[in-house]
Design a protein around this ligand. Sequence first.
Ligand code: AMP
Length: 143
Amino acid sequence: MTVQAILNVKGSDVVSVLPDERVGAAVQTMMRHGIGAVLVRDPVGAVLGILSERDVMRGIARGGAACLGEAVETLATRDVVCCRPQDGIGHVMGLMTRGRFRHLPVMRDGALAGIVSIGDVVKHRLAEVENEARALREYVAAG
Ligand code: AMP
């Protein structure tokens, strides 16, 4: 199964914020959408970074709730690791495990094509494993 299969189900929408938006506003955006990270993009859509709940926790641990009034770009991670629609689920699981992050934007020919989270990946992998198990049971029963 590929990243494209996940995007076929969840679509290509990516919730994004501007770099000069307040961290507190970005947190509200995450809560409203029920997500744990937002992409930071400039007004023409170029990806500048990613802000996850982990970054907000780090900001609060360092300087308290005042970080909610800072600009998103001060807490966001700048070097964003991305994947491609044709990448396999095993590959993206490896990227997330090695990088210790749970979100991966998807780039197709240099343009943003969506985002996958560890929740999306686990859900699809589980469905894949269940299908494999069912196919094996049917094969054994037929023999
Ligand atoms: P997460 O586990 O995704 O909530 O993020 C954990 C840390 O990794 C945070 O500092 C994020 O800004 C950062 N992060 C999340 N996704 C990525 C990514 N695709 N590339 C680089 N850093 C990321």
